[in-house]
Design a protein around this ligand. Structure first.
Ligand code: ZN
Length: 101
């Protein structure tokens, strides 16, 4: 099947899943082409073994977070995300209150 018939992995560009049957309409929904789909990221199985998708509020300065992570300043990067999202999960993996309650 043609490469254009597939949604490609956003990390490596390999075929992730067959999407030729999805009813894309980029004239009406120019951002994703799909009604009620605001945003998405796709990882193939190989990339998902090492990476995962992360949902953050649009107000997070991802460039600043990336700079901090590149310098190994993980806790400062997490602090930015937690401040903007209101997440209270600590870097040690303990979870606190969240919006799902
Ligand atoms: Zn991939």
């Amino acid at each position: 099947m043609a490469r254009a018939d597939y949604r490609l992995c956003d990390k490596c560009g390999r075929k992730a899943f067959y999407d030729a049957t999805l009813d894309y309409d980029f004239r009406t929904y120019p951002d994703t082409g799909l009604r009620n789909l605001g945003d998405w990221t796709v990882l193939c199985r190989e990339c998902a073994a090492q990476f995962k998708c992360l949902i953050v509020k649009r107000t997070v300065d991802l460039h600043e977070v990336e700079r901090l992570l590149q310098r190994g300043e993980i806790f400062q990067a997490l602090a930015i995300i937690q401040r903007v999202t209101g997440a209270k999960e600590s870097a040690e993996g303990r979870s606190g209150d969240d919006d799902r309650r």
